[in-house]
Ligand binder design. Structure first.
Ligand SMILES: Nc1ncnc2c1ncn2[C@@H]1O[C@H](COP(=O)(O)OP(=O)(O)O)[C@@H](O)[C@H]1O
Ligand SMILES: [Mg+2]
Length: 324
């Protein structure tokens, strides 16, 4: 099935709150479902995917219909897991008497800016690792824009961070080798045996850090490969959302993320009275501005529906605008 919007194994839907990200992300899965299997992952803490499918959904895939599984990412759990892993690694690096400090530091970082994003990113990376072979598509229905664009810049930062740790680690290993060589009973430091607890700890630590770095590097590769990943921006045809979409696009673009389509949702009808006709005209002006700012992007329009679209049946109507 050829959709109007460019498809890829991994797709993200982003945009402001309430514009229709969840609706369009799930309508896309619906449109793909006769031919391909999709996992829809909600990363917006204000989850409503479960409501949409009228199913109780959790932090692992739940089947909502043939070809569509849903997962609502639990941000609190992601943060706890992330901090636990970070804590385990840090405790391995620090001498015993500093372990209390590590715990204190981690308790503080639970509240600090960036922790939540890093945790979400790690979870997104593991979801891709765990499920990319199970499903034809993984669709991420993301939180409002600011949050998501920061997220897309993170893999680079996280790789740099693990690199820094690895480097520091290498230096301190060299240093401890040296110290060991200097002690009167010093062993021959040219031979490293796996039985040496310090060497073993170092090896273990290096492998944890390397694994983490590889995870972020791989995510970075996926996010910046247009054949692997497409990011679609959902918006309404209004002046401010258009300006924000332009900014959002530039941010994603500068992070190397490929924007597939702009999906303009809730377009007012021109033939339903003066009020809506006047709105339609205002929207047309906003869209002219959008085309001027981002002339090369695919724009897909979805009309404002007269009824609730928060049900599987209603979703079909939305899905029809995604492929013709
Ligand atoms: N084209 C549309 N016509 C009418 N209602 C819509 C349309 N698109 C979305 N909605 C409704 O708008 C609300 C917000 O949509 P949602 O997809 O949850 O937005 P987001 O995920 O971006 O916060 C929902 O109640 C949804 O049913
Ligand atoms: Mg949503």
């Amino acid at each position: 099935m050829l959709l109007n919007l460019p498809t890829a194994p991994i797709m993200f839907f982003g945009g402001k709150g309430g514009v229709g990200k969840t609706t369009v992300a799930n309508a896309t899965a619906l449109k793909l479902s006769p031919h391909a299997s999709t996992l829809v992952v909600s990363t917006d803490p204000a989850h409503n995917v479960g409501h949409l499918w009228d199913k109780k959904v959790g932090d692992s895939p739940t089947r909502v219909r043939d070809g569509i599984d849903i997962l609502e990412l639990d941000p609190a759990r992601a943060t706890e897991e992330h901090l636990k892993q970070a804590g385990d690694t840090m405790r391995r690096m620090m001498p015993e008497h500093l372990h209390k400090e590590v715990t204190k530091h981690l308790n503080l970082s639970r509240q600090s800016p960036g922790t939540h994003e890093a945790a979400m990113l790690e979870r997104i990376a593991t979801i891709i690792e765990d499920y990319e072979d199970t499903y034809d598509h993984i669709i991420f229905d993301t939180a409002p824009s600011g949050h998501t664009s920061r997220l897309m810049a993170l893999p680079e930062l996280m790789s740099a961070w693990t690199d820094g740790l690895l480097e520091r680690r290498a230096k301190s290993e060299k240093f401890s080798d040296l110290v060991r060589g200097l002690t009167p009973t010093g062993k021959d430091t040219t031979v490293t045996t796996a039985e040496d607890p310090v060497d073993r700890r170092n090896q273990e630590l290096r492998s944890i850090l390397l694994k983490r770095r590889r995870r972020f590097e791989r995510l970075r590769t996926v996010l910046t490969d247009a054949t692997a990943c497409q990011f679609h921006i959902v918006l309404t045809a209004e002046r401010l959302p258009v300006l924000e979409t332009d900014e959002f696009y530039q941010e994603l673009h500068s992070n190397g993320v490929h924007v597939g389509a702009l999906i303009v949702n809730r377009r007012s009808p021109a033939d339903q009275g003066e009020f809506l006709a006047s709105r339609r005209k205002y929207e047309d002006e906003a869209l002219a501005d959008l085309h001027r700012r981002l002339p090369d992007l695919e724009v897909i329009e979805i009309p404002l529906r007269p009824n609730d679209v928060g049900s599987p049946q209603a979703l079909e109507a939305i899905a029809d605008y995604l492929a013709q």
